[in-house]
Design a protein around this ligand. Sequence first.
Ligand SMILES: [Zn+2]
Length: 117
Amino acid sequence: MHEFSLATSLVDLVLKHCPQDEELESITVEAGPMRGIDPQAMQWAWQAATDNTAITGSKVELIQQPWKLHCPDCHTDFVANDMFTNCSCGCQKTNPIDSDTLRLVRLTLKEPATLCT
Ligand SMILES: [Zn+2]
């Protein structure tokens, strides 16, 4: 389950960026299709990896990117549902590009609680 090692490295990254006195609501991660991340497994991995940390209870929102293919014949880049999609020129030897992206795009903090004085 590679989602777990992924979640662990994300936790390290988030802890470095998340302000100490703020509570983290969720993180948003953008992942290329080559990563093959299962959203459900990612959620569990995140829960396990954040257990006993300052950001326990936060959620992970996964944005799965579509396949982006490059055609070596007509030099077109296009978006497809899977990596075996033929180019509109008929070429079947398309190559995936930018498909192993993994990017932490956003940290969402909880609304600061109203302080009673
Ligand atoms: Zn083509």
